[in-house]
Design a protein around this ligand. Structure first.
Ligand code: IVH
Length: 668
């Protein structure tokens, strides 16, 4: 295919994909199947791979997450990002209305919208292109999270329609729908990764991630509820929102123009219950004066506009009794307190357990056994205890205290400085930690040994057959076949699954080891950066933290893992059983200008993604490595190359080339 034909086809594909994205994410009316959509996207991705000059920043392929690593710069808000005055009382909403009418001299129209429970964002478009997305920050300066926001499919990266101003800002709320949140947490739980407490925290955490590829994989959505600019389409909020909707923005689906305060109050009452059946969390209603002129007259205080107010619905609460507290020990030794309650009906479900988070939380509540407690269900899936009624405390009731020793193995618990959780350091011999590690090792996303469920693992542990993941590979057919509930057939299946797991992908094996803080994503990143376990075992903090998403906490945990004799022994035994811990070997057989050269790519680039550069190096016969050493032939240095890499390159006298120089080298 010629470049000109490719360009034409790429433009056509982008237009079609944008239309389907809009139908799917904004209008909720898809007209093609996901499979058909993927075919279109794949075709575009292939074209852009073959002709990198065709890649544009607004291409829908960029939403799958480019491998640019974001570094958040601060950006100033053109219009300050104020917060809203809020109230839980209908009387105060009426007082707000009376104040507004007094100032204006008449009763204005109001617009009611639900108050979405997420993170606010301010997005600027210039000439129809999304140029900048900034978090609230302190209201005048926020974090520039443009690369992450570009991955959210309900936010257009390009808008074109008649009458769109050259420059404008839209503000809205980024959130994660309840279903997506539950799926995300279920996946995290299966992987032993820490859970998000509620969809709002999950959205906020995701937006600040440094790797847009991970952001792209999270189910973020957005409602845009505020249009700002110097040439707006209408003189009132409601029509501006309708205009924004017609330009392709996803605006509030529940929005009502009210002609009086009475209509506003009816809206508040109507949505108190109805909002619960929506697929996303809301915690109130935002009431806005409709006319922009009236808004201008009403003005703002330093903190919030006088033309709007948030009415918040109280979280649902119930009163019950605290029966006991369990201290559960997880796979990584974390000890989590869970309260057992006298069952009580709360927000439509019978609640028997509540989370207590950690010892600080227990201390703050001053809990005693048998206390009458208030439980609340806010955005959280698991209700929490918010208060204890001391007036109803039973005489002689003992205070709930956090154990000093592990409830499972008796080892004194440890609490790291700056962390809220206690954990049991008896990594090697604490029973739930051992079985938890084995269960994790055989789980679906790790070694995926079907037939080895939790109960079978517990049984293997109790019978003394398996005490470490390496023991799994010493199991004999008769040992398995003679266990309760297993027979010849299951035993054979398990053994053959174990056998084939020896050649599972490198990143899965790394994930399966269950290193603290190394979830599935981090394992993938490590497996990309290090060709095998030997190089990872030797890695320095510097080499580890040069990879995206790897900070000092994760780096320390990896180094700690590989400094433990028992872990080294496990890895040795797994290797002896035939497990390879490394990338499948791809011999570079190409002859080319970079034959025999070892190249490091560092930083971000103007014209190429790192994957594209990697392919170009390999196509020219070169080899990529992640860390700079005396063997490095040269470094392709992009913007914001890590300072430690730069220092090391200088110290070793390794040549650094720009992306343009590199292209010339390979052309030659
Ligand atoms: S309008 C100046 N509309 O609530 C008015 N805000 O507590 C700008 N929020 O900062 C905000 N849903 O993060 C507006 N429909 C909605 C909203 C909404 C949620 C958030 C937003 C705001 C906060 C105020």
């Amino acid at each position: 295919m010629k470049l000109a034909d490719a360009r034409r086809r790429a433009e056509e594909l982008r237009k079609t994909i944008d239309e389907h994205n809009h139908r799917y994410y904004v209008l909720n009316q898809p007209v093609i199947t996901d499979y058909e959509f993927d075919l279109l996207l794949n075709e575009l991705q292939e074209l852009e791979k073959r002709f990198p000059e065709l890649v544009t920043p607004d291409s829908p392929t960029m939403r799958v997450g480019s491998d640019l690593t974001a570094e958040f710069h601060q950006a100033e808000h053109t219009w300050p990002m104020l917060s809203l005055g809020n109230t839980y009382s209908i009387d105060e909403v009426k007082e707000f209305g009376a104040r507004v009418s007094r100032t204006l001299g008449y009763e204005p129209q109001y617009v009611c919208e639900l108050k979405y429970d997420g993170v606010s964002i301010s997005i600027t478009y210039e000439n129809g292109m999304l140029v900048r997305a900034v978090t609230r920050g302190d209201g005048s300066v926020g974090d520039d999270v443009t690369v992450n926001v570009r991955t959210i499919r309900s936010i257009p990266v390009k808008v074109s329609a008649k009458g769109i101003p050259d420059s404008f800002t839209v503000r809205g709320e980024i959130y994660i729908p309840r279903k997506g949140f539950e799926e995300m947490n279920a996946a995290r739980q299966a992987l032993g990764e820490p859970l998000f407490a509620n969809p709002r925290n999950a959205a906020a955490g995701t937006l600040k991630l440094l790797d847009p590829r991970i952001v792209a994989s999270r189910p973020l959505e957005c409602f845009l509820y505020y249009l700002l600019g110097t040439q707006l389409p209408a003189d009132n909020h409601f029509d501006n929102i309708l205009a924004a909707r017609s330009w392709g923005f996803r605006t509030p689906d529940i929005i009502q123009l009210c002609n009086s305060m009475e209509e506003v109050i009816s809206f508040l009452i109507q949505w108190e219950d109805e909002r619960k059946s929506l697929p996303y969390d809301t915690d109130g209603v935002v009431i806005k004066v409709n006319s922009l002129e009236a808004q201008r007259i009403l003005g703002a205080t330093a903190k919030s506009p006088r033309w709007a107010i948030a009415y918040k619905y109280a979280a649902e609460q119930a009163v019950t009794r605290l029966l006991s507290v369990d201290f559960q020990v997880g796979r990584t030794g974390n000890v989590t307190p869970v309260a057992n309650l006298e069952p009580v009906l709360l927000a439509g479900t019978m609640v028997k357990r509540a989370s207590l988070h950690n010892s600080d939380q227990i201390g703050l509540l001053g809990l005693h056994y048998g206390d009458t407690v208030t439980v609340e269900k806010g955005g959280e899936i698991i209700p929490k205890i918010v208060a204890a009624d001391t007036s109803k405390r039973l005489p002689g009731a003992g205070a709930v205290t956090f154990p000093q020793k592990c409830p499972e193995c008796g080892t004194p618990l440890v609490r790291n400085e700056g962390e809220a959780n206690h954990y049991c350091p008896n990594y090697i011999h604490c029973p739930p930690q051992i079985t938890g590690r084995i269960i994790h090792f055989v789980s679906r996303k790790a070694m995926n040994i079907e037939g080895l469920g939790e109960e079978t693992v517990e049984l293997l542990y109790r019978t003394g057959l398996v005490r470490s993941v390496a023991d799994l590979y010493d199991l004999k057919h008769e040992q398995l076949a003679s266990l309760e509930r297993l027979g010849d057939k299951s035993a054979s299946n398990i053994l053959s699954e174990l056998e084939s797991s020896l050649s599972a992908p490198w990143h899965r094996k790394l994930f399966a080891l269950g290193i603290r803080h190394v979830g599935e994503t981090i394992a993938r990143i490590l497996a990309t950066g290090f060709p095998d376990i030997d190089s990872l075992m030797k890695a320095t903090d510097e080499e580890l933290t040069a990879l995206p998403e790897i900070g000092p906490r994760i780096s320390a945990s990896i180094r700690e893992y590989f400094s433990d004799a028992e872990n080294i022994e496990t890895v040795r035994r797994l290797k002896a059983a035939g497990m390879t811990f490394g990338r499948a070997i791809q011999e570079t057989t190409h002859d080319g200008p970079l034959k025999g050269m070892t190249v490091v790519i560092s930083g971000t680039f103007r014209n190429f993604t790192r994957d594209q550069l990697k392919e170009a190096v390999e196509a020219a016969g070169g080899k990529i490595t992640s860390s700079v050493s005396g063997n490095t032939s040269f470094i392709i240095a992009g913007n914001d190359m890590g300072p430690s890499k730069r220092a090391k390159a200088n110290a070793l006298g390794v040549r650094m080339v720009s992306e343009d120089e590199f292209m010339k080298m390979t052309e030659e």
